[in-house]
Design a protein around this ligand. Sequence first.
Ligand SMILES: [Zn+2]
Length: 360
Amino acid sequence: MIQIARPYSWWSLPAMISAGLLAIPIHSQVDRSVTKLAEGVYEIQHKDARDGSASGNTTVIIGERQVFVIDSCFLPSAAREDIAQIRTWTDKPVAFVLNTHFHNDHNFGNRAYMDAFPSLTIIAHVETKKDMDMFGPGSASREEQGLANLKEMLDTGKILNGQTLTSEETTEVKNALAQRMRIIDEMRNVTFQSATLTFEHDFAVDLGNREVQIMFLGRGNTAGDAVVYLPKERIAIAGDLVVYPIPYIYDGYPVEWIHTLQNLTQLDADTIVPGHGPILHDKAYINLVRDLLKSAVDQVYAKLRQSGPAMFRSLDEVKGAVDLTSFRPRFAGEDKDIAAEFDDMSANLVKVVFEEASLR
Ligand SMILES: [Zn+2]
């Protein structure tokens, strides 16, 4: 059975298909849900599109004068639904949207917020704005390219790796194609809105009796991952530095990510909002992700110490020396689908660690 899930929508569909990622089961949030984290602080988990593209979580922080939103999600229609809900909570304007990183499942809704609140300031780390400027405007056309691959699969009856589609899989590809066309129709009408204010280190905003701290704790998932911290409420919003139940590791900076997660756990917080998935109430999962990253890095580097610098070696030589299977039950328990996602992610993790080592 073909199910399309991670990686999220900022990735092009052709890349997913050619990487063979169509066989990954869906494990992200299916229904939209809203959770009140504190008085005037809400978290929204979005409904995933049935073609597997997902939206990052959105957090809304309401002060006496202004509203601060973290991540504007993927589909503008979903962002507009969030805006309508914010207006039921407060008549104060959304003055700030912060994009935690450049993947478009966290910022393609920026335009909807800008249309609704014209004096809006959109904040991102300086590296995130660079990447948003590079990848954001081409989002719709990349999705359109992906359609051609799905159509080719239907025409030839085969996945791009040559495997023949069963009739059940053919139906799934047809459904994915229909869903994708609806998404593209929506995206075509949107001019991408990038950040309007950048930062490099830490700063704070007072929304009116509500302090919001914006932090850069180091690179991890991307070069410009922002974390938001509410000291009084002891809430941290982590973006895709933390994705539950399986970390999102298809690129990024694993060596630094370990330290960045360490910094995150230093924050005095008992509510942690991940980029995707349900709210966490302790740091156990963050420590588990950190341990996984550290184990992958330690094992790859142990192999390289023995065999020589990565620039002279191949991934195939290195990956046989890395075994992360002891982590599988710690992430997946007895769940076979999550276990399959874990295996896919851990293979990518080793690749990313090796590629990072090759840059030395
Ligand atoms: Zn994401």
